[in-house]
Design a protein around this ligand. Structure first.
Ligand code: NAD
Ligand SMILES: O=C(O)C(=O)C[C@@H](O)[C@H](O)[C@H](O)COP(=O)(O)O
Ligand code: ZN
Length: 366
C-alpha cells in the first residue's frame, strides 16, 4: 500500500501547555518513528470501527507495541447513527474490562465519528486520559481531528453532548485516503472549501485551480490541501479555543447543515454533504443581507457542485428547519445566529430576519 515513511509537514497548534503537532505525511501509520514523543504509559487502547479495522488496525497496533506493554483494541459499529451513548459506552466497557489506568493512551483510528467519540471518551474516562488522533478520512484530516471539539449526537441535535478536550498529537497518514470511497472524499472537500470564503481567498483560488487534481487524489495536491486546512484551523483555534467568538467562523454552513443531518436522521446525508449544502444556503443568506454580490455566491456554489456536493437541501419544511436551528449551539435565547461571509475571505456571526431565512430555505431546497 504505502510509500516509505515520510513526514511532509508538521503544523503546530499553539495552545500553551496543551500545544501539539499535526504530523502530515506518507507511510506514517505503521512507522514506529511517528510515535515517538507519546506520553509514557503501560497501556494503549486503539478505538476504531468495523470498516477501518480490517484496513489499518493491525498496522497501527504493531507500530504501537514497542511503546506500550499492552495495546488493546475496541471496534465500534460504523456510522453517524452510532455516534451515541450506547456506542460510547462500548469504549468505557473495553477500558474497564482491561483494567485500564488513568495513564492509558487512547488512539482514535478512523474518521470524524470515531475521532469525536474517542476524544469524548478520553475526556470522561477517569476524568481525563490522553488521546491521539489518527484520522483516516479527508474530512477528519482537514478538520475534525484538530482543535479538540469532541461529542456525541442527541436525536434532537448534532454534537449536543461533549467537551473541549485536546489530543496530544494528530497523525495524518495521507496513504489511508487511497481506500476512501469517492462520496466520502467529496464530503471532506466541503470542509476544505469552507476555509476559503471564511479565511483565505488565495486558498480558494488554489482549490478552484486544483480541484480536478484533488479529485484525482494527486498526492501533492492532497498534501497541500490537508496542510493549508490544518494551518488555518490551528490558527483560529489557537486564538479562541472554546468558541468565545472567532472560532465560530469554522461553523460556516453548519447551522443549516446540522439541521439537515438531524432532520433527515443521522447518516442519511454525510456531514460534509450537509455542510456543503449549508454553505450554499449560507452564501445565499450573505447575498440577501447585502454582504457579498451574486457573482461571489455563484462562484462558491459552482465550486461545491464541481466537488460533487449537493447545493439544494431536502424539503423538511421551513418550520422544521427553524425549529432544529433554534437548538444550534450558537443560538442565544432562541435567536438563531448564522455564520455569514462579510466579504470574500472574512466571516462573522450574525442574526438574520426570520422572513429572510425562510426565503433562503425556499430558494435552496429541492
Ligand atoms: N470535532 C470537530 O471539529 C469536527 C469537525 C468536522 C466534523 N466533525 C464530525 O465528524 C464526523 C464526520 O466525519 P467523517 O466524514 O470522517 O465521517 P466518518 O467518521 O463516518 O467516516 C466516513 C466513512 O468512511 C469510513 N472510513 C474511514 N476511513 C476510511 C478509509 N481510510 N478507507 C475507507 N473507509 C474509511 C468510515 O468507516 C465511514 O464509513 C461527523 O460526526 C461530524 O460531526 C467533527
Ligand atoms: O472546530 C470547529 O469549531 C468547527 O466548527 C468545525 C466543524 O467543521 C465541525 O463540524 C464541528 O464539530 C461543529 O461544531 P459544533 O459546535 O457546531 O457542534
Ligand atoms: Zn463540520
Amino acid at each position: 500500500m504505502s510509500a516509505a515513511p515520510a513526514v511532509l509537514h508538521e503544523v503546530p497548534i499553539d495552545l500553551g501547555d496543551r500545544a501539539y503537532p499535526i504530523v502530515i505525511g506518507h507511510g506514517l501509520l505503521g512507522a514506529a518513528g511517528t510515535w515517538s514523543g507519546l506520553p509514557k504509559a503501560s497501556s494503549a487502547m486503539v478505538v476504531t470501527n468495523t470498516t477501518v479495522a480490517p484496513l489499518y488496525l493491525r498496522s497501527l497496533t504493531e507500530a504501537l507495541k514497542p511503546h506500550f506493554r499492552d495495546v488493546h483494541q475496541v471496534t465500534l459499529p460504523d456510522g453517524e447513527s452510532h455516534k451515541d451513548w450506547q456506542t460510547l459506552n462500548l469504549v468505557f466497557d473495553a477500558l474497564l474490562s482491561r483494567h485500564s489506568d488513568r495513564k492509558t493512551v487512547l488512539f482514535a483510528l478512523g474518521g470524524g465519528v470515531v475521532g469525536d467519540m474517542t476524544g469524548f471518551a478520553a475526556a470522561c474516562y477517569m476524568r481525563g486520559v490522553p488521546f491521539v488522533q489518527v484520522p483516516t478520512t479527508l474530512l477528519a484530516q482537514v478538520d475534525s481531528s484538530v482543535g479538540g471539539k469532541t461529542a456525541i449526537n442527541h436525536p434532537l441535535g448534532k454534537n449536543m453532548i461533549g467537551a473541549f478536550y485536546q489530543p496530544v498529537r494528530v497523525v495524518c497518514d495521507l496513504d489511508t485516503l487511497d481506500t476512501l470511497p469517492a462520496r466520502e472524499f467529496s464530503a471532506g472537500l466541503a470542509e476544505v472549501i469552507k476555509y476559503g470564503p471564511i479565511a483565505d481567498m488565495e486558498f480558494l483560488d488554489w482549490i478552484e485551480a486544483n480541484l480536478d487534481a484533488l479529485m484525482r487524489r494527486e498526492p501533492a495536491a492532497v498534501a497541500h490541501a490537508v496542510r493549508r486546512s490544518c494551518e488555518i484551523k490551528a490558527r483560529v483555534v489557537a486564538q479562541d479555543e472554546r468558541e468565545g467568538g472567532l472560532r465560530a467562523i469554522l461553523n460556516f454552513g453548519h447551522t443549516f447543515g446540522h439541521a439537515i443531518e438531524a432532520g433527515l436522521g443521522y447518516g442519511e446525508w454525510l456531514h460534509g454533504e450537509a455542510v456543503g449544502c449549508g454553505m450554499a444556503m449560507g452564501i445565499e443568506l450573505s447575498r440577501r443581507l447585502g454582504l457579498v454580490d451574486a457573482a461571489f455566491a455563484q462562484r462558491l456554489t459552482a465550486l461545491l457542485q464541481r466537488a460533487q456536493l449537493p447545493v439544494r437541501g431536502p424539503r423538511l419544511g421551513e418550520d422544521r428547519y427553524l425549529d432544529l436551528m433554534r437548538l444550534d449551539k450558537k443560538a442565544e435565547g432562541g435567536d438563531i445566529r448564522f455564520v455569514v461571509i462579510e466579504q470574500p475571505g472574512r466571516a462573522a456571526m450574525r442574526p438574520a430576519p426570520e422572513a429572510m431565512v425562510r426565503e433562503v430555505l425556499a430558494h435552496c431546497t429541492a
